[in-house]
Design a protein. Structure first.
Ligand code: XMP
Length: 515
């Protein structure tokens, strides 16, 4: 998308940190786009980046089938003198491509290290002679390519960084994007501002303006329909589209019977004073019939995604809408496996589950380049109420992916009631910095004792996590007495439940949603 002239490309070689690089640079007010090593010269020409960052990655550059940039792309970058910063695998790739030597080391280096900085130019401007950095690598550069100089070393890595100033190429063995690298942000800022000469024009006010223009030019005088779920993403997508095309936007709120407690009322109220055409559809029966006896989470996602789209198609026909607006955000796109180098983790229904035959002229995803915190910021700027902006993210397939068994009245009711208790208790205890908090209805049963009677009852799992952007998450270390209150309320107020468990796994390895 066009968001201004300045773009830094981040080439993702399969690194778990590629997103962090992109986010850090955006924090410096420069727009970033993550692309994959298969990128072609015309694609780069079209974007016309101010600089390129080559990410780390799990492979070795000299292995067969490792992701590499093509020779044409590499030559083009050199010819055009586009500044390059290689990080870890990216650093080794530069050495490998330009005539240096890269080898595997028996002893891998992970964790915090101290490096000697031998340079005060380019990316190392204003750094100390010794810096604390984060290392995570197996391979090393053993010989620099012709025309390069070594700019940093450690006891175990004699070539921990290098540069070729005339070509504006820099390589770093360590990771500046990780918070453990004390001056990592300074290094990235030096690259973006000193080396790439960016001006720092990326901000969300520009984003709103640019996105509105884009929406207007795509939709013209047509009508659009949006799948309003009440979550942050679709609400912000609705608000920005409404600002662009006013009451030619029709917001369809589908109640699939898998919503949180009180959600319908909150959403109806939030959009009641707007220009938007708001329509609520009660489709619970339809969804429950389709989901009957389905336990497999990917099947649930596909069925729900497909049914959603069918309903929208029906509504769009009635309304005469040609365009479908969706609240897809950047992590949804990446995690749905659109990259060849990342595994499909879950098919988020608003992307991966899209049916093939679709009768809209175009699908518009105004937020597809934004991270969640950026989406919230846009929502605030557009004047949406805090109740919508600050709510926990809620997945499109709703409570269906928070029950490990089939979608039944009982499973959904337990999940809904228990989640409401979790939210209430966390709010009463004023616990902050929570990304998501909800209950999970588990399929297994355990023996309980109620009064004097044995009861073979249900288990509810609690998932409360902290996160920056849902790419990784940590379980929240809640006070015991709070967990006890939640557990007591759930077992007292929901008759089927005799046991409450707490998920104490981070992401990875566990994902945030249980299914
Ligand atoms: P996971 O479970 O993959 O979730 O760690 C990461 C974030 O994405 C949300 N999520 C979804 N959102 N449709 C959505 O719109 C989906 O199918 C879906 N699955 C997960 C999840 O709530 C978390 O914030």
């Amino acid at each position: 998308m066009s968001v201004g002239e300045e773009v830094i490309l981040v080439v993702d070689f399969g690194s778990q940190y590629a997103h962090l690089i992109a986010r850090r640079v955006r924090e410096l007010k420069v727009y970033t786009e993550i692309v994959f090593p298969e990128i072609t010269v015309p694609e780069i020409e079209k974007i016309s980046p101010k600089g390129i960052i080559l990410s780390g990655g799990p492979r070795s550059v000299y292995e067969k089938d490792s992701p590499l940039l093509s020779d044409e792309v590499f030559d083009f970058i050199l010819k055009k003198e586009i500044p390059v910063l290689g990080i870890c695998y990216g650093h080794q790739l530069i050495a490998f491509k330009m005539g240096g030597i890269v080898k595997g080391e028996k002893r891998k280096e992970y964790g915090i290290a101290t490096v000697d900085i031998l340079d005060s130019e380019g990316i190392f401007k204003d750094l100390d002679k010794k810096e604390t950095v984060w290392m995570s690598h197996g391979d090393q550069v053993f010989e620099i390519p012709p025309g390069f100089i070594v700019t940093s070393k450690t006891e175990t890595s004699p070539i921990a960084a290098f540069r070729n100033t005339s070509k504006k190429i820099y390589g770093l063995q360590w990771h500046p994007e990780v918070v453990h690298t004390k001056n990592g942000k300074k290094i990235l800022s030096n690259f973006v501002y000193n080396v790439c000469s960016c001006q720092g024009t990326w901000n969300l006010a520009n984003f709103i303006e640019e996105t509105m223009k884009e929406i207007k030019s795509k939709i013209g005088n047509g009508r659009a329909i949006i799948a309003l779920s009440g979550g942050v993403d679709s609400s912000v997508a609705a608000a920005i589209t409404e600002k662009a095309i006013g009451n030619r936007l029709y917001a369809v709120f589908v109640d699939h019977g898998l919503l949180r407690k009180g959600e319908t009322e909150i959403v109806s109220k939030a959009f009641s004073g707007h220009d938007i055409n708001f329509k609520k559809i009660d489709a619970k029966k339809r969804f429950f019939e389709k989901l009957d006896c389905v336990s497999d989470p990917e099947k649930k996602r596909m069925i729900i995604g497909e049914e959603f789209i069918r309903i929208f198609e029906e509504e769009a026909k009635k309304i005469g809408a040609d365009f479908l607006v969706q609240g897809t955000i950047y992590p949804d796109v990446i995690e749905s496996g659109r990259s060849q180098h990342a595994d499909t983790i879950k098919s988020h229904h608003n992307v991966g589950g899209l049916p093939e035959s679709i009768s809209f002229k175009e699908i518009i995803e105004p937020l597809r380049d934004l991270y969640k915190d950026e989406v919230r910021e846009v929502g605030r700027k557009l004047g949406l109420p805090d109740k919508i902006i600050n709510q926990y993210p809620f997945p499109g397939p709703g409570l269906a992916v928070r029950i490990t068994g089939p979608v039944t009245e009982e499973n959904i009711r337990i999940c809904r009631e228990a989640s409401a208790i979790v939210e209430e208790e966390l709010e009463n205890a004023s616990i902050e910095n929570i990304w998501q908090a909800f209950a999970v209805t588990l399929e297994d049963k355990v023996v309980g004792v109620v009064g004097d009677q044995r009861k073979f009852g249900r288990i509810v799992g609690l998932r409360v996590v902290e996160s920056q952007d849902a790419m990784t998450a940590n379980f929240k270390k809640l006070p015991w007495n709070l967990l006890e209150n939640i557990s007591t309320r759930i077992t007292n107020e929901i008759p089927e439940v005799v046991s409450v468990a707490y998920f104490i796994s981070h992401k990875p390895p566990q994902t945030i949603e249980p299914c």
